[in-house]
Design a protein around this ligand. Structure first.
Ligand code: BDR
Ligand code: CA
Length: 304
């Protein structure tokens, strides 16, 4: 199975993505690094612990950055609740966190110890992935790929043109896209396309304690969108890693805007090659909806 490191800011859709990754026999999740994003680092760390405790999983947790590389933090507490995982009363967390090292150093240790190349999964702001790639440049040869949820081909969900994860730390996203690491990107559009509709949510509700937990989180996610369809963005990154054939992929250059007053964090997905830059990412431009939905339910059923 593939060694995996997850950088995440749970966050309701992050929780779904983590749970699916942990249950997937193809993946060997070695390390989870919470990062500030949807909510503060204290909350994303606490939420990671709560989730793993409920799932009875003991993956190593090493908290990462409290703030973006250069900017002030933004947050999405309006979408995920003030705690980041609103709507479910979790048992007190018992799994430990390791605060004796940094996320970057912990990532380096994992990548160095694996026989096979490691896959990085990023479903929050890219702060810690950028720090890691910058501090341990030689590790790039030991990384198989970085699969991430972030960016938009068209318009944003935070700024007019910027998606939340990239808008939260544009400089980090810029470093990552210039790093030379192989990148697969699930932009906003595939998350919007892959809405989880009420019939599917009802199936998930039946999946024991874990199903009950997700159902309750979903009722609080994005103000009532359980009725109109849930955008579980971060789950798309796990699908892109384990089921790449569900997606239409375009090898293209992605440049991150860091200077714009109104557009910082915008991802220029250069499908028409206007910038004449080398392709640095495989961008998912469409997802096979029926097959994605089937995968999603099957993946969550493994946790029942
Ligand atoms: C991304 O922003 C966060 O709110 C979600 O967890 C997801 O990672 C979507 O733009
Ligand atoms: Ca996230």
């Amino acid at each position: 199975s593939t060694p995996v490191i997850i950088s995440t800011d749970p966050g309701i859709d992050d929780a779904v993505a983590i749970a699916i990754a942990l249950a997937d026999p193809q993946l060997d999740v070695q390390l989870i690094c919470p990062v500030a994003g949807n909510v503060s680092l204290v909350h994303t760390t606490d939420n990671t612990r709560k989730l793993l405790t409920l799932l009875r999983q003991t993956v190593r947790i090493v908290p990462g950055s409290q703030r973006p590389l250069l900017r002030l933090p933004i947050n999405a507490g309006n979408i995920h609740g003030v705690s980041g995982l609103a709507g479910y009363d979790f048992p007190a967390p018992t799994v430990p966190v390791d605060t004796t090292t940094t996320a970057a150093a912990a990532m380096h240790a994992v990548v160095s110890q694996q026989r096979d190349k490691t896959t990085l999964v990023a479903i929050g702001p890219l702060t810690d992935i950028a720090l890691y790639l910058h501090q341990y440049p030689a590790d790039r040869a030991r990384i198989d790929q970085l699969v991430l949820m972030g960016g938009a081909i068209g318009r944003g969900n935070w700024g007019v043109l910027s998606e939340f994860n990239f808008a939260a730390d544009p400089e980090a996203a810029d470093i990552v896209f210039r790093s030379g690491v192989k990148i697969k990107m699930a932009p906003l559009e595939v998350g919007t396309q892959a809405k989880i509709m009420p019939a599917v949510t009802a199936q998930i509700r039946q999946l024991g304690t874990v199903g009950d937990m997700f159902y309750h989180l979903f009722t609080h996610y994005r103000g009532g969108s359980i009725q109109t369809g849930l955008k579980i963005y971060d789950a798309l990154a796990i699908a892109l890693l384990t089921q790449p054939d569900l997606f239409t992929l375009a090898a293209t250059n992605v440049t991150i805007e860091t200077q714009g007053t109104y557009t910082a964090g915008a991802s220029l997905v250069d499908l028409q090659d206007r910038l004449h830059e080398r392709p640095n990412a495989q961008v998912a431009t469409a997802v096979d909806l029926p097959r994605f939905t089937e995968w999603f339910v099957t993946a969550l059923s493994r946790l029942a």
